[in-house]
Ligand binder design. Structure first.
Ligand code: PLP
Length: 422
């Protein structure tokens, strides 16, 4: 027992905070991380020898479940052919083609190694293509950790962008304009003032990084319209939603075609991958055809391409509707159980992703998300974890269901929720 604790204290001596990505440290839920020894299907197994039903799913990539046989087989075959060439290989074209075929807004695509690289490269391209510097982003949306995106609002929403972390100079975020998610009026005000200088609007078409927050009717359409009007680019950050909200992404689901799309997570099938793509005319501006520079030693890595391609090819024939229905039943089931305990509960859910917010008011932006009761979430998280259910360790994250979760897993999840004393 408590091998995880022992490993964590060792890790903390030589890795900052003991983790390679901050949320994993479980600080916000006043707990310590579980060290995972292996994962299979919907389950993770810890170094302590315990088994959990997993809803973190590596923060989204494992839509097919962990250790999926088709992905595993593709990886084994690829590994025998060498792990990196630094030269083009066929698998890159195959994955690019699978992405182009699936996403309405993507005619050409460039592979990178993470979602962060995808968004920061898309921003450079948008700036290079439009010859403008400013970008609009929304409070509570996360676009990776590149400097320009790490801004939170000062007092005046429109004018004052202050860095969200030390290490980011004010000059770097002075071109970053912020608006409230689902607030088209604020976007219109920003455009009325700065429209001719705005290179792009970056948006998560379904927000997943303040917990799940759905776009209200007309929001994405409005963004499409106003960016077109001003000659700015509409960039959908589909790093979470791509191949999850539907096989055709959020753009296919909502029927809105963005100018650029950022991808990651699922398209790597669990390996480190990102990609950005869009209209040919825009994508042709990237080096070596164009003048906007972007490169990567390991980009298009044959192992990552193999895992991504096997994942997308398998997803093609999966029943997204059935998974949506099961996820809705699970989310609604949890809501009912918690409401029976007289707790204030909102559930936001789409496709296989959902978030439970402990609040009475509907959650439609970052302000309302932050009003949810974190003390209740912490009890919920730890109560579930004690019973073998692994949720994301923050009240502002998604729970990810997968094609691997069985009825039994979902029932186990519901009965765990029933037993928690708040
Ligand atoms: C995870 C995520 C990113 C960053 O991807 P990394 O691979 O962690 O760099 C960017 N945008 C969104 C919407 C994400 O969820």
């Amino acid at each position: 027992m408590d091998k995880s604790k022992e490993l964590f204290s060792k890790a903390r001596e030589i890795i900052p905070g003991g983790v390679n990505s901050p949320v994993r440290a479980c600080k916000s839920v006043r707990s310590d991380p579980l060290f995972i020894a292996r994962a299979d299907g919907p389950h993770v197994y810890t170094e302590d020898g315990q088994k959990y039903v997993d809803y973190v799913m590596s923060w989204g990539p494992m839509l097919l479940g962990h250790n999926h046989p088709a992905v595993n087989k593709a990886l084994h075959e690829a590994v025998d052919k060498g792990t990196s060439y630094g030269a083009p290989c066929k698998a890159e074209i195959e994955l690019a083609k699978a992405i182009v075929d699936a996403l309405p807004g993507v005619e050409m695509v460039r592979m990178v190694n993470s979602g962060t690289e995808a968004t920061m490269s898309a921003l450079r391209l948008a700036r290079g293509y439009t010859g403008r510097n400013k970008l609009v982003k929304f409070h509570g949306c996360y676009h990776g950790h590149a400097d320009a995106f790490l801004a939170s609002a000062g007092s005046g929403v429109a004018t004052l962008s202050i860095p969200g972390t030390p290490g980011v100079p004010e000059e770097t975020v002075k071109h970053t304009l912020l608006a409230e998610y689902n607030n088209l009026e604020q976007v219109k005000e920003l455009f009325a003032r700065y429209g001719e200088d705005i290179a792009a609007v970056f948006v998560e078409p379904v927000a997943g990084n303040m917990g799940v927050v759905l776009p209200e009717e007309g929001f994405l359409q409005g963004l499409r319209q106003i960016t077109s009007e001003y000659g700015s680019l509409l960039v959908f950050d589909e790093v979470i939603t791509g191949f999850r909200v539907s096989f055709h992404g959020a753009q296919g689901f909502y029927g809105i075609v963005p100018d650029l799309t950022c991808l990651g997570k699922i398209i790597g099938g669990g390996l480190p991958v990102g990609a950005y793509g869009g209209k040919k005319e825009i994508m042709s501006r990237i080096a070596p055809d164009g003048d906007v520079y972007q490169a990567g030693t390991l980009s298009g890595n044959p192992l990552a391409m193999a895992a991504g391609l096997a994942t997308i090819n398998t997803l093609k024939s999966m029943d997204y509707e059935l998974l949506e229905q099961k996820t809705r039943e699970l989310a609604e089931g949890l809501k009912n159980i918690l409401e029976e305990k007289s707790l204030p509960v909102q559930v936001n859910q789409i496709a296989s992703m959902f978030t439970i917010f402990f609040t009475e008011k509907p959650v439609k932006n970052f302000v309302s998300a932050k009003e949810s009761n974190q003390e209740l979430f912490i009890k919920f998280y730890n109560g579930m974890r004690e019973q073998g259910i692994n949720l994301a360790p923050s009240g502002f994250e998604c729970a990810f269901n997968s094609f691997a979760h069985s009825e039994e897993d979902l029932e186990k999840t519901l009965s765990a929720a029933k037993k928690i004393n708040f």
